[in-house]
Design a protein around this ligand. Structure first.
Ligand SMILES: [Zn+2]
Length: 238
C-alpha cells in the first residue's frame, strides 16, 4: 500500500530538508536512493552545516563546516541526489524565523517538489532544537506559505510562482503511518552514504552500525509485505 508506484503520473520531484549533515542518511537515505533509482529528482536542503558537533577543540566552526559539507556532498553522490543546498545557519542555533521560512519557501517554489520530507517537529520526547525548528519551519513553509501568492510576494519578481506541495512526510515520528520499501541496492547505498560522514562516525564500527540499522528497518517493515522500510507520518493534499 505504501510502495512508490512506478507508474505514478505525478512529477517525481522530492525535497528533503534536515538540519545537519548525516541526518537525512539516517532518516531517509534508503528512500532517497530508491527514488533516485526510480527516476525521481531528489534534492537536499540542510539548514546548518553541522559546524558545532565535535569534541575536537583544534577545529574552527568554519573548518568543520567545510569538512561536513564535503562529506554530505559525497553522501549525496552515493545516493543519486541531484542537488544539495546549504542554508548555513549556525549549528545549534536554528531559529524559526520569517527569514528562514522565506528561504525554504523560495526553494519550494524553485524546485516544485511533489513530496517534501523533513524532521517531525512534534515529538513528545526529547528532540534536538535544530531538528524541531527545522521541521516546524518546513511544515509552515509547505502549508500555507509556499502556496499563497501574498506570502513572500517578492519571489514573483524572480519568476517564482506559488507552489502546492502534495505530500509531506515527517521522519523520526513516534507513530508512523507510512512505510517505504527499501530494496537491497538502496539499503547498500544508504550505508555507503553514511560511511562518507567520516568526521561524524569516526571510528564507529561500520559492521555494527549496519546491523543495527538493518534491524531497525526490518522492525519498521514488520507489518508490511517487504523486508526493509523507512517509516514516516504522511500528510497528503490530494
Ligand atoms: Zn541532526
Amino acid at each position: 500500500m505504501t510502495h512508490v508506484d512506478p507508474k505514478a503520473k505525478h512529477p517525481k520531484t522530492a525535497l528533503v530538508v534536515v538540519a545537519h549533515p548525516d541526518d537525512a542518511e539516517f532518516l531517509c537515505g534508503g528512500t532517497a536512493a530508491a527514488w533516485a533509482a526510480d527516476g525521481w529528482d531528489v534534492h537536499y536542503m540542510l539548514t546548518t552545516s553541522g559546524d558545532m558537533g565535535t569534541k575536537d577543540t583544534s577545529l574552527t566552526r568554519e573548518k568543520l563546516a567545510q569538512i561536513r559539507e564535503k562529506e554530505q556532498r559525497a553522501a549525496c553522490d552515493v545516493l543519486g541526489v541531484k542537488e544539495l543546498v546549504f542554508l548555513r545557519y549556525p549549528d545549534g542555533f536554528v531559529e524559526d524565523t520569517a527569514e528562514m521560512r522565506g528561504r525554504i519557501v523560495r526553494e519550494l517554489r524553485r524546485l516544485k517538489p511533489w513530496t517534501v520530507i523533513t524532521w517531525n517537529p512534534y515529538r513528545s520526547s526529547f528532540t534536538h532544537r535544530d531538528h524541531r525548528l527545522t521541521g516546524q519551519s518546513v511544515v509552515d513553509a509547505v502549508f500555507p506559505l509556499a502556496r499563497d501568492p501574498l506570502a513572500y510576494p517578492e519571489h514573483q519578481l524572480d519568476g517564482l510562482e506559488p507552489h502546492r506541495v502534495m505530500e509531506l512526510l515527517l521522519a523520526g515520528h513516534e507513530e508512523p503511518d507510512h512505510w517505504i520499501e527499501i530494496p537491497p541496492d538502496a539499503f547498500k547505498r544508504k550505508i555507503n552514504a553514511l560511511k562518507k560522514h567520516k568526521s561524524q562516525l569516526g571510528q564507529a564500527p561500520i559492521r555494527e552500525m549496519r546491523k543495527r540499522i538493518k534491524e531497525r528497518m526490518a522492525e519498521a517493515a514488520k507489518d508490511q509485505d517487504f523486508e526493509l522500510a523507512e517509516s514516516f507520518r504522511r500528510m497528503a493534499w490530494r
